[in-house]
Design a binder for this molecule. Structure first.
Ligand SMILES: C[S@@+](CC[C@H](N)C(=O)[O-])C[C@H]1O[C@@H](n2cnc3c(N)ncnc32)[C@H](O)[C@@H]1O
Length: 352
């Protein structure tokens, strides 16, 4: 499966950017904790996981860096931008250089490096980072062997699939343990984790089920195979509070020094819904479909087992079906973000 974002991601990430901007209060809190515990007196090192093409993380980075510079105006700041090796890092670097509001223009002492490596591995040397952050990315799971039938996301029938829950917990454990190695003592890890815990998840699910039905219809019309239709699912983890609490009991987490400082359930409305009123149905459908394609198209296309020309033909048909769904049933076409936002602190541990 191909997890990359489309090249249009920066222009279609309002949903993700809104989520980030709704959490700037906690981002500020992270810098306060660091400044208070004296962890980054010499310099500040930040790693931004799942950075994609960078525009949505600009508000977080400018908030953190401006706050830090008030206290340490001449210190050096290093930003490590992480994503999979398949990410288009050229687009990321163009955004960072080309955006006049970019974090790099806050001081001549701000530097950027790219790391093309999975966040399910250690990505930086031991004890080197002060802030690890990851927004809208840690729901992308490791490859799964479990795909509940009729599922557009693997969370579809979560409670009936104990193996799915185990996979979620293993991914979360791996994520937090890898961060524990990279973080210096006193370092902070802030992330949001999509959740299916709350009643409002139904809104998200209704849309994904409707998308799945499009792929099934395309199988019935002999446009794609049964296997392809069955495989059409985004390889996502939805974490429950139970999963978060479960990993905290793991001895490896206890030995790692990672302490959960805070967690909170938050949600953001789908930003495209108001366009129906303000700009009309067609404009809404266009924007909504572009936003959904920006993060789902490469994954769906990688499931199709045919040459590129054929893929484009199939995609055109799917695209038309999705657009029509938006026109006929706009109330189902929304992707609200429901998530837990968690802050971990790495504390020094003495193992005798
Ligand atoms: C929806 S984008 C989020 C981008 C940005 N953080 C935001 O909030 O808009 C998710 C990103 O996570 C990346 N990603 C998925 N799995 C990953 C992994 N195992 N390691 C590193 N990055 C990963 C994807 O390539 C993608 O760029």
């Amino acid at each position: 499966m191909d997890f990359v974002m489309k090249n249009t991601y920066n222009d279609n990430c309002i949903l993700q950017k809104n989520t980030i901007c709704s959490n700037l209060d906690l981002v500020q809190k992270c810098i306060d904790i660091l400044i208070n515990n004296g962890t980054c007196q010499e310099s500040l090192k930040i790693v931004n996981f799942g950075c994609a093409h960078g525009r949505s993380s600009q508000p977080t980075l400018t908030t953190m860096i401006s706050k830090y510079l008030k206290k340490h105006p001449h210190n050096e700041i290093m930003v490590y931008q992480n994503d999979l090796p398949t990410n288009n890092f050229s687009l990321l670097l163009s955004e960072i250089q080309g955006n006049p509001q970019s974090y790099i223009y806050l001081s001549p002492n701000v530097y950027t490096m790219c790391i093309g490596q999975s966040f399910y591995q250690q990505t930086l040397p031991n004890n080197t980072v002060h802030i690890a952050m990851g927004f809208n990315c840690f729901h992308w799971g490791t490859p799964s062997k479990i795909l509940p039938e009729g599922s557009i996301t693997m969370a579809h029938k979560r409670s009936k699939f104990p193996k799915y829950i185990k996979e979620c917990q293993n991914d979360l454990l791996s994520n937090v343990l890898n961060r524990s190695k990279e973080l210096a003592n006193g370092g902070i890890f802030i992330m949001n984790l999509l959740t299916d815990d709350k009643e409002s998840f139904k809104d998200t699910l209704d849309f994904y089920v409707a998308v799945k039905l499009i792929w099934i219809k395309m199988y019935e019309e002999c446009i794609i195979s049964k296997e392809e239709a069955e495989e059409m699912a985004l390889p996502w983890r939805y974490y429950s509070l139970g999963d978060i609490k479960h990993i905290l009991k793991d001895q490896k987490i206890k030995n790692s020094g990672m302490k959960l400082k805070s967690y909170e359930f938050r949600q953001n409305r789908c930003p495209y819904e108001p366009l129906i009123q303000s700009h009309g149905l067609e404009y809404f459908a266009e924007k909504f479909v572009s936003a959904f394609h920006a993060f789902s198209e490469p994954t769906f296309k990688s499931i199709l087992k045919c040459d590129d020309a054929k893929k484009e033909q199939i995609w055109e048909i799917y695209n038309q079906h999705l657009y029509n769904l938006c026109l006929k049933n706009p109330s189902i076409c929304r992707i609200p973000n429901n998530y837990y936002i968690t802050i971990f602190e790495k504390i020094e541990i003495n193992i005798e």
